[in-house]
Design a protein around this ligand. Structure first.
Ligand code: PLP
Length: 401
């Protein structure tokens, strides 16, 4: 999984690979002393306010020419957003207090009183937002299976303004065809928003494939250590401007300390994700051979419906695996028996996690909708971490024995 030759990878301005850029991005703080010396890591500006030298400087800040108040902007949160933008090949970025703050701000700033068309099988929190919160603000939303291009094309209505997809659907890991959807969005005048939380810039660069805005939950792979809640949106500077205003108005700005932790985590993203994807592909292949496993969903598997597209579009098939066991009782037994996999709701951190989508990520959906989407009681989602893969293998085997 090198930085070069990946689908959608623009050539780096300095010809450097992703792992090199991740380590070096936003590496130093500001000048500290008389010889121009700097701290070797980004500075943490844990402040709410900024102090001005005089009335003229204060007026400049009020006019948006300088830092005013951390809800509007902060050097540490800006450094983190710029770092993600650099890795995504974007002009700019904005950091948010959570992935949901990033998703909701991107959607509401782009909907412009029109309709949002969202992929089926996206994160349950986003589905809940679109079904139950958007209507309160006069924004309507519909969903469509994003892997069916004809269905997407015919679902676009005259007042559709936004197309939202996730690079890997949740939890069944379907792969939308980003270049084709990008063309469709452009032709129909839609803002194309891609949530790349499951893939990160290590696996795909959606802006190079036609996305207008790329969103991440920073709480997952980008920070990587399970100690941060955050979000980020990257894109062209002009496309981000309405989001910047709305972020200040809604108040979902990232805290500087969260940004500092996320910046530290970002440094090892390519290393972590390479290991996680490699282990996941190996575990997925092994799980298919085990008794009691009805179905394994992972795009690396030849029987995955989007196997060929995943190979063409993604640098690797990701580090999430979804597992179909016989029923809810079998899933509960597995859940209770794992020893290395931690029982937790989230994903994308260095520790391997197991979750039950019907109760957690998709727990807010009505049962009938969960059934329609194939999210039954016997389904479990694994987030593969960086442990020794032999230990993960042994854990899964004993939990299924
Ligand atoms: N987008 C995706 C794909 C997610 O999986 C999640 C959370 O699980 C979010 C957005 C929301 O992120 P956060 O939990 O940081 O608000």
């Amino acid at each position: 999984m090198g930085a070069d030759g990946r689908a959608g990878a623009p050539s780096s301005p300095r010809g450097l690979g992703l792992a090199t850029r991740a380590v070096h991005v936003a590496r130093e703080g500001a000048v500290l002393g008389p010889r121009g010396e700097r701290p070797a890591t980004a500075a943490l500006h844990q402040t709410a306010n900024y102090v001005y030298a005089n009335a003229e400087a204060a007026a400049g800040a009020a006019a948006g020419e300088a830092f005013l108040y951390t809800r509007h902007g902060n050097p540490t949160t800006d450094a983190f957003a710029r770092a993600v933008a650099e890795l995504e090949g974007a002009e700019g970025g904005l950091a948010f207090a959570s992935g949901m703050a990033a998703v909701s701000t991107a959607l509401f700033a782009s909907a412009r009183g029109g309709e949002i068309l969202a992929a089926e099988g996206i994160y349950g929190g986003t589905t809940d937002l679109l079904a139950n919160v958007s209507p309160l603000f006069g924004v309507r939303a519909r969903s469509v299976p994003a892997w069916d291009l004809a269905a997407v094309a015919s679902a676009i209505a005259p007042d559709t303004k936004v197309l939202l997809v996730e690079t890997l659907s949740n939890p069944l890991l379907r792969v939308p065809d980003l270049p084709e959807l990008g063309k469709l969005a452009r032709a129909r005048g839609l803002t194309f928003i891609v949530d790349s939380t499951f893939t990160t810039p290590c696996l795909v660069l959606p802006l190079a494939l036609g996305a207008d805005l790329v969103v991440h939950s920073v709480s997952k792979y980008l920070s990587g250590h399970g100690d941060v809640i955050g979000g980020v949106v990257v894109g062209a500077a002009a496309a981000l401007e309405p989001l910047r205003k709305l972020r200040t108005q809604l108040g979902g700005t990232m805290d500087p300390f969260a940004a500092w932790l996320a910046l530290r985590g970002l440094r090892t993203l390519p290393l972590r994700l390479a290991r996680q994807c490699e282990s996941a592909a190996r575990l997925a292949a092994m799980l298919e051979t085990l008794p009691g496993v009805a179905r394994v969903h992972h795009p690396s598997l030849p029987d995955h419906p989007d196997h060929a597209l995943a190979r063409a579009q993604l640098g690797a098939a990701g580090a999430m695996i979804t597992l179909q066991l016989a029923d809810g009782a079998a899933a509960r037994r597995f859940y209770d028996r794992v020893r290395v996999f931690a029982r937790a709701a989230s994903l994308g951190e260095i520790v391997s996690l197991v979750t039950h989508p019907a109760s957690f990520s998709h727990g807010t959906l009505p049962a009938a909708e969960r059934a329609r989407l194939g999210i039954g009681e016997g389904l479990l989602r694994l987030s593969v971490g960086i442990e020794d893969v032999a230990d993960l293998e042994a854990d899964l085997r004993q939990a299924l024995a």
